[in-house]
Design a protein around this ligand. Sequence first.
Ligand SMILES: [Zn+2]
Length: 249
Amino acid sequence: MIQDLHTHTYYSFDSTDRIERVIEAAIAGGVGLLGITDHSYGVGCGRTDVCYDKGPAPEANYGGMLLRYHDHVLTAAEKYRNKIKVLSGLEVCTLVSRDAYALPDSADVSFFDYVIVENLDVPDRSIARGDIFSFAKRCGCPTGIAHTDLFSFLAKRGESPAKYFRRMAEENIFWEINVNFDSIHGFRTFDYVTEFFRNKQQQEIVRQSGAKLSVGFDSHIIREYKPDRVKTANKLIRDMGIRLAFDGI
Ligand SMILES: [Zn+2]
């Protein structure tokens, strides 16, 4: 089954697409397993600008907003269940900065089907502090690492990729291969993805570790969705003998 586990809807600050529209585009593109993963701050702050540089307003019902979004995704999943399997996910921002806002400690995300975590590779400004294993426990649901050059991150830290990926396999943490190519991101591809598809040694490390990968287009503008990129990545990864997250559900 072709998967795309990274998409945005109007719950994110930087997308205006309805959940139903995103699901229909995935069905039309031949995707069989779709994850909706809006930005944690977009969902939690209810599309106001209070998250930027100040954090959520004191009256913001962050936890309630997460639940409301989750319910909406589940309702849409049910509506389309004969055509596609839809998972309710969240892209968790861990960065403390002027234009993004890290997930508050008090926010429960354990009821999501999964989360993908960003900013792992800026440990000094991320509440994950570069430790995905502890952060996944805090999330309390299946956890993936979003659009991160993991091999460079590990090289900088002097960590063994073989060991790290083995631990990811043991703790059920997956690594995203992000195949985005749209105007929001300047029509560029991620270098780490190009390198991974070229580098047989990296592929072998992941394959032997038993760790799973995920594929995500990271769509923000559905009319720029390119399902062929998603399909190609799914096929290349399977041909390597590497498993994909949620295979077999
Ligand atoms: Zn994203």
